[in-house]
Design a protein around this ligand. Sequence first.
Ligand SMILES: C[S@@+](CC[C@H](N)C(=O)[O-])C[C@H]1O[C@@H](n2cnc3c(N)ncnc32)[C@H](O)[C@@H]1O
Length: 413
Amino acid sequence: MSVSEGLDVGDEVVVDVGPVAHGGHCVARHEGQVLFVRHTIPGERVTARVTERQRSFVRADAVEVHTASPARVTPPCPYARPGLCGGCDFQHVDPAEQRRMLGDVVSEQLRRLAGLDREVVVEEVEPVLGWRTRMTFVPGPTGHLGLRKHRSHEVVEVERCWIAHPGLPDVLAHDDWESPSVEAVVSSTGDTLVVADGPVPDGLETGGVVSLNGRRREGRGGVTEEVGPHRFRVTGSGFWQVHPESARTLTDAVMEAGDVRPGDAVADLYAGVGLFTAPLAEATGPSGSVVSVEADHGGTRDARRNLHGFEHVRLVDATVEAALRRRLVGERLDVVVLDPPRTGAKKAVAGIVALEPRTIVYVACDPAALARDLASFAARGYELDGLRAFDLFPQTHHVECVAVLRRTASAPD
Ligand SMILES: C[S@@+](CC[C@H](N)C(=O)[O-])C[C@H]1O[C@@H](n2cnc3c(N)ncnc32)[C@H](O)[C@@H]1O
């Protein structure tokens, strides 16, 4: 059936819900038409209301549940409902089942895009509420701050966010913002910061304020993060992992997977402010070397300060693609760690393989991009040797993976 004669926005149909799919929804069918349904769980029977029509499928929200999954719970947050805040995808699902669903999504992406048959168990990370240490709010129609609806610029004003860390500056308690967005930050050392334009409302407690372009500041211009023995300065809205356990969890997983030895030559690609560079440099020791590549100038500036104690670390302020092309990373390496943004590292794969590392550790926040790139690495002689997945964005469809690849054949010319 073509969509033109199928369901339209606002239509409601009763459907039996099939498997979870990447993106925070489950797959259902109605008279041959595919529906991606949010606010439901595999195995449920629901009334789905269509919210968006695409050429080969429609998007819908479950607005009434006829047969509930045993994993269904009442969402703790009153805004985590059809038509309201789009920030959380799975508040209506018991956390253990959320992890099973995320594992199914990663397995499905690996199978479909990389031809890999692997059951993925997503590891639990506490807490599952009150975890977001960096939150960006936007003003709503009345001037109060809020969050965007799913796939929309419309703002739902909120009194509280259930996944926001309780130590964040209480920006939601104030209405008189003049900024197009307001980011609240709390660090592992308890530093707080607000990133916003215009004056800060009277009575707001924060350690510092930085303008959106980073040029103006009052008080502290950044925060200090602590991971094991290492301290990291993160200025303004520079990149830092958002769950309080992310930095330690991922560092441990990367170091275990990388098995870096003293004297090794290592690259940390998409390095941010140097979260992995510091422990990698410790592992290589001064007889080895680490090259740390980051495209954001502010990130590289912070990294310079964070890593100044390591003389065998070299910072490259460039895109990974340019650094590889211009051979700024080196000729041959022992271990490469990469942690690209959501889009993955498609254009970097060939350049990384040309360095002939014995091990590649790929940290990925998007399982589809990861699976696509794993297929590309496999075609060039690097096979998946291990994969861990972590629930570092609880209540949402996002999941973090750490994959380790080993060289099985010499790289093709
Ligand atoms: C997911 S973050 C990882 C940062 C760091 N590994 C961490 O965990 O804190 C990705 C980083 O890649 C940087 N980035 C994005 N595209 C890039 C590119 N093409 N080349 C180099 N860095 C890039 C971003 O600025 C960001 O700091």
